[in-house]
Design a binder for this molecule. Sequence first.
Ligand code: TRP
Length: 447
Amino acid sequence: MSVSRGGFSSRIGFIMAAAGSAVGLGNIWGFPTQTASNGGAAFVLVYLVLAFFLAYPAFMAELLIGRFGQANAVTSMQKMSRTAAQKKFAFFVGFGGIICAALILSFYGVFAGWMMSFAIEPIAILLGSDSAQWFVSQSIFRNLLFTTLFMFLTIFIIRSGVENGIEKWSKRLMPVLIVLLVSLIIYVVTLDGAAEGLNAYLNPDFSRIFEPDLLISAMGQAFFSLSLGTSVMIIYGSYISKEENLVTLGAQVTLIDVSIAFLAGLLVIPAMYVAQAQGVVIFAEDGSLISGSSLIFTVLPALFDSMGSMGLFVGFAFFILMSIAALTSSISMLEGPVSYAVERHDMPRSKATLLIGLGILVLSTIIVLNISFMLDFVATLATQYGQPIIAMLCCIFVGWIWHRNEILTEIKKGYGEVENSLFWKIWPIYTKFICPTAIGVVFIHSL
Ligand code: TRP
């Protein structure tokens, strides 16, 4: 690994960083929300299957591109290309992913800002401040302030580079996240109403499993959750040592990601039923569970309010959990464009980080100022169009352009016996045929 571009110093450093990228608002907010609006356990089951059989192979493709290329997404893919047309295609896919990461960060920062301001409200109440309500009320000023704060935290970490920024902070924050999550679950499942929630979460209604809408949502969720199609896993792959076994590392990260989504459901769905036992409305008019932002910003806060002073601590812990999850993800989104500017345009890291971070903050500001239209528009553009298309093109790149022997040599560096493994029997066919087709079908269906 070249000294000048840095890299993860250890296996656990990579696992924490990649899991930190994967585990985000998508797991703790998106997954329970989708579960709630797609009939509970049936969605959980489909999600688990798709995460391992569709998202994991695509995730491996991106990690391998990066580890082979030892560079940002564009350079890595161009290293595998032989003809001029392939190089152009590589640029399109790599740069498309980088733009996609920047777009995602621009709206993710707004959501993350809300999480931070909701975390501060209980502190303001404890301090007896009259302005506590301001932190949980929509206003342009609050949104701008907290989005800016969050973006500067992200910039601060990325400025310090891979080992001293991404790795160090992921190793600190991920354990805190897991402890907070597990403690909250233990507390919530002891409350009245939780059992009914567990039942709704864990008992599948098998008749819904093949509903197209459910399949589409589950796949989109799995791809978003593993941060696919955005150049992020390519760049993280490029920071892994050649001695590491990518096949198991990738599987471990997928497992952590899926487990944390599952745990988050174990917290949020029972919490909703506990809220119902306290008199909070948790079903929408059409009979479905309330989901989306009202779940996080109305139903759960109403629950915390009903818990008296204990609720202040629980609310604080919950929104800190959300903020940490968002931060370990946002740093990965910024690293995509920053690594490109540093490596392709010879920019010093600190300058690139600040310039790109501020550029994305300008975009976030535009979103905040036109929130009712822009938030949804950018989120849809990046996650429902950008991510699946780029992820599909990455699979096509690996399956159809990269030579099979070269791929094998790359995996063998950290996993000598891979040729005889189940992985090598299945995965090449998967990336060549099944992943691109499945993504394509689901994508076209979602239009
Ligand atoms: N995976 C994160 C989540 O679940 C989101 C995320 C992090 C992401 N990095 C990304 C999404 C890069 C797309 C691209 O919340």
